[in-house]
Ligand binder design. Structure first.
Ligand SMILES: CC(C)(COP(=O)(O)OP(=O)(O)OC[C@H]1O[C@@H](n2cnc3c(N)ncnc32)[C@H](O)[C@@H]1OP(=O)(O)O)[C@@H](O)C(=O)NCCC(=O)NCCS
Length: 124
């Protein structure tokens, strides 16, 4: 297993298209970023095509607002035969603030698959 990356898996800013009518970001937008961050981390560990097989229970601790800079840190927890379990931590800060709020943390299991979508060993 490679050591944790010193770079975030994703850093992006939240746009008006990502918000509900009240100006805060849809939870589903953050879930989608978590999925992408976990896939990026799995690919960093071993270059395959991955599918998400499971995501654990998620609680949102702080809102994310339009314009916020959202950073997702991903760390591999374990590698099985065909699956990789990744922890993704989501932080958000207002554009001109140095302070980051912890939004949520998720554990995601990604499975390496072939072109037909069948699971394959991560390390051959
Ligand atoms: C991913 C998929 C191909 C796996 O099928 P499979 O090979 O028959 O599944 P298996 O039961 O052999 O499990 C494969 C690996 O996933 C793990 N796994 C399966 N279900 C899991 C779950 N609910 N939670 C955690 N890990 C799970 C298994 O432990 C195994 O890991 P290992 O090989 O490292 O030990 C199949 O479940 C699938 O296509 N799922 C849909 C994925 C998808 O489309 N995701 C996006 C949804 S929009």
């Amino acid at each position: 297993m490679k050591p944790p990356s010193e770079l975030p898996a994703i850093r992006t800013s939240m746009l008006p298209k990502d918000t509900n009518a009240y100006g805060s970001i849809f939870g589903g937008v953050i879930l989608s970023l978590i999925d992408l961050a976990a896939a990026n981390e799995a690919e960093r560990q071993a270059p395959h095509r991955y599918l998400t097989v499971a995501m654990d229970q998620i609680a949102f601790h702080a809102p994310v607002r339009v314009g916020d800079i959202v950073t997702l840190w991903a760390e591999t927890l374990s590698m099985g035969r065909t699956s990789i379990r990744v922890r993704v931590k989501v932080l958000a800060r207002a554009r001109r603030s140095p302070h980051e709020n912890e939004v949520t943390t998720a554990e995601v299991t990604m499975v390496a698959v072939d072109e037909a979508g069948r699971s394959i060993p991560i390390l051959s």
